[in-house]
Design a protein around this ligand. Sequence first.
Ligand SMILES: *Cc1c(COP(=O)(O)O)cnc(C)c1O
Length: 397
Amino acid sequence: MTPSTEDKTQFLTDQLNELKSQGLFNTIRTIDSPMDAHIVIDGRRMLNFCANNYLGLANHPRLKDAAKRAIDTYGIGPGAVRTIAGTMSLHTQLEQRLAAFKGADAVITMQSGFTANLAVIPALVGKEDVIFSDRLNHASIIDGCRLSRATIVAYEHNDVDDLRRKIAETTDYRRRLIISDGVFSMDGDIAPLPQLYEVAQEHNILLMVDDAHGEGVLGKGGRGIVDHFDLHGKVDVEVGTMSKAFGVVGGLIAGKQVIIDWLRQRARPFLFSSAMTVPDVAACLEAVDMLETSDELVKRLWSNAAWFKERMKALGYDIGHSETPIVPVMLGEASTAQQFSRKLFENGIFAMAITFPTVPQGKARIRVMNSAAHSPSDLEEALVVFEKVGKELQVIS
Ligand SMILES: *Cc1c(COP(=O)(O)O)cnc(C)c1O
């Protein structure tokens, strides 16, 4: 047989070209500095409104010191998965401290928030079961649901009546699970968790919330959405991340002891993938320490966000219905949002345009991520640029 000369990856080249021709090809900026309020891109100092670094911990001296000290004691890597190579006392300590901080029975950590969802959903439900999932849930929840092979029933976003209807219509199942994002990252709205809990109780359905954008943001001193609604011990599973407000990387699952015990036996990303690295764990421990002793950063985050939202509204911007420090600046067409983002960039502001398919057609926006790292003068500077660019593009008058 003569070997084929056909290019086996031509379909990828075609697809990439198609993305480029539709203006949907994602070019990732290179940052030549720590992640902070100001970052360096292409040799230019930019004011950063893109990161989920809500509390400015990503480059905090206390976290950096803690990571360095831990490396001297424990080295870098965990060696293998925890069930085989053993678990470092540092990891166990972080889980205990997180559980105490959040007022949960127990916590298990994962490599990321994404893997936390892949870990917990298939460990709780399987193909005889059904999952009720908010239509706007995060991709990692959707993937965790698919991996479980359970039937997935999507209910309308934050619509508890629709959830009730869908539950009533769904009769063939073994077990049931309701899953919602805590904070929806594109609009900054919060799930109606007390109502979801009511429904879950009425029908004896497991309840899970993914609080990635609420961890370190919502609740007393950043203790998360369960604390925010005072639902301790009532939500079966609370997923969180340490890659956003905590400024590091890593996922967590908080809940009843029996659920966490089960995950240590059966969660596949726990059994078959190594744990967080030593510096990550040490930095997260330091973050918990900081949050437990002071709510100063959380307060500054919220007051920065309140000020920014107020001023943007006063300029005449439509900033949606965010209840959190996420500010969607609604611009409509994708091309407007992209042009807006480019002009912000030219003026020293780094803020991303979010377009279809991440948000619906015609709902393109700039997403402004507030942070405790921003100083009052940073915010003033951003406002001046938003006013200038908005007038240039005739988004505001
Ligand atoms: C960001 C996010 C994740 C992923 O968290 P990582 O720690 O970055 O993997 C999961 N779920 C939700 C809702 C998120 O917003």
